[in-house]
Design a protein around this ligand. Structure first.
Ligand code: SF4
Ligand code: SF4
Length: 374
């Protein structure tokens, strides 16, 4: 097992233990990708769960408006605007073919689990200040345990393991009080080391083999629970909004497709005016412009950080710290050599540890962004 490190964080940034809700937006925006086909027309009425394209559903009931240019963490060409009618009408999904399940949720359902011996529920957030996965488990642990038990009865698994960080005291006490009813489900409390949330490192820590094991994030398990137990396509999600530039870091349950700035206006109190917005975490995320930014399925967090503390890159000191910390043994300080970068870019995990450790704040993100034409 590689040497992993604990990230240092500003202890004054504390996420509230009570999540807020933002489930009645005026509008939502559904990402439409290049390969998608639209299945609705302007002015058409849709219900929650209606198919609006070949890969997406409407998370609200309302009226289809138009296609707009927006931005998000996804790679979408356009966004379909739907105006909420607040009728909360839902289509009966029992009659519908389940073709729009998130891919990961399908994994749990499909024959893949039939050939596996182990199921790991991963509730670990690797990023600093992000507690989204932790909160999925905190809010839904009782139904998650029921679903794990059902899956065990169906597939006769050797190991069912729920993984949490050892500092997640609420989750641990909730799980401990209920696990007596599910003797086959194991709880593993993991140290607070960066990258243990990534499947490769988690399996190595647990001593399990990737070929025999399905690892499911708690957020994905929430989608699976909605699909299997409630017969619903997921229309809402959790995100952490945190950082040292706001007064009230919190987890928010929101509709998929809401505008980030609407959530911020309604729920977040700023301490600072000059801030940076980072989507997807300090280590692996990217700075965004929030003007038309949409909260889509894959977004787990927004960090709002003081701008004056943004680090400025100086020249490399050749200290070797970036190589020492790299879990893949790469030499990130050589990424400026296009030949070396080309050879190693697919080995790199884009975990950001090299930038985190560098004493002169060299930001290696720029090489991946350039490679993706971002
Ligand atoms: S981002 Fe890539 S090069 Fe940097 S530490 Fe992680 S794996 Fe190594
Ligand atoms: S950690 Fe920073 S200063 Fe040290 S070798 Fe790597 S890039 Fe250079």
């Amino acid at each position: 097992m590689q040497k992993l490190i604990e990230l240092k964080k500003d202890e004054s940034v504390l996420v509230s233990s009570i999540p807020e809700k933002y489930l009645k937006p005026d509008y939502v925006y559904i990402p439409i990708k290049k390969e998608d086909k639209l299945l609705v027309n302007p002015h058409e009425k849709v219900k929650i769960g209606s198919d609006v394209s070949t890969t997406s559903i409407s998370p609200i009931s309302g009226i289809v408006k138009s296609l707009k240019k927006m931005s998000s963490f996804d790679d979408a060409l356009y966004y379909l605007e739907i105006e909420n009618d607040f009728e909360e009408q839902r289509i009966k999904e029992g009659t519908k073919k389940r073709k729009f399940l998130p891919e990961e949720a399908l994994k749990v359902l499909s024959s893949e689990l039939k050939n596996k011996k182990n199921l790991v529920l991963n509730a670990i957030d690797d990023e600093l200040y992000v507690v989204t996965e932790n909160f999925y488990l905190f809010l839904y642990y009782d139904v998650f345990l029921e679903l794990l038990d059902d899956l065990d009865n169906m597939f006769h698994l050797e190991h069912i393991i729920v993984c949490v960080k050892s500092n997640s005291s609420e989750n641990i006490s909730n799980l401990m009080s209920d696990l007596g009813m599910y003797p086959h489900i194991e709880l593993k409390m993991l140290p607070n080391l960066y990258l243990l949330g990534k499947t490769e490192f988690l399996l190595s820590y647990l001593g399990l083999n990737e070929e025999n094991t399905v690892v499911v994030k708690a957020s994905t398990f929430y989608d699976a629970y909605n699909t299997l137990k409630r017969d619903r396509c997921p229309s809402d999600k959790l995100i952490t909004i945190s950082g040292n530039a706001i007064k009230n870091p919190m987890v928010i349950q929101c509709k998929i497709g809401v505008l980030l700035k609407d959530i911020l206006n309604e729920l977040i109190e700023f301490k600072e005016k000059d801030v940076l917005f980072i989507a997807g975490g300090l280590m692996q995320g990217k700075i965004i412009d929030i003007a038309n930014f949409v909260v889509t399925s894959y977004l787990d967090s927004i960090l709002i950080m003081k701008k004056e503390e943004a680090k400025v890159s100086l020249n490399c000191l050749k200290c070797g710290a970036c190589h020492d910390v790299c879990p893949k043994g790469l030499y990130p300080n050589l990424f400026s050599d296009p030949h070396y970068f080309e050879q190693k870019k697919n080995i790199c995990l884009k975990c950001g540890l090299c930038s985190y450790i560098c004493p002169v704040y060299i930001n290696f993100n720029k090489y991946w962004r350039k490679d993706n034409n971002e």
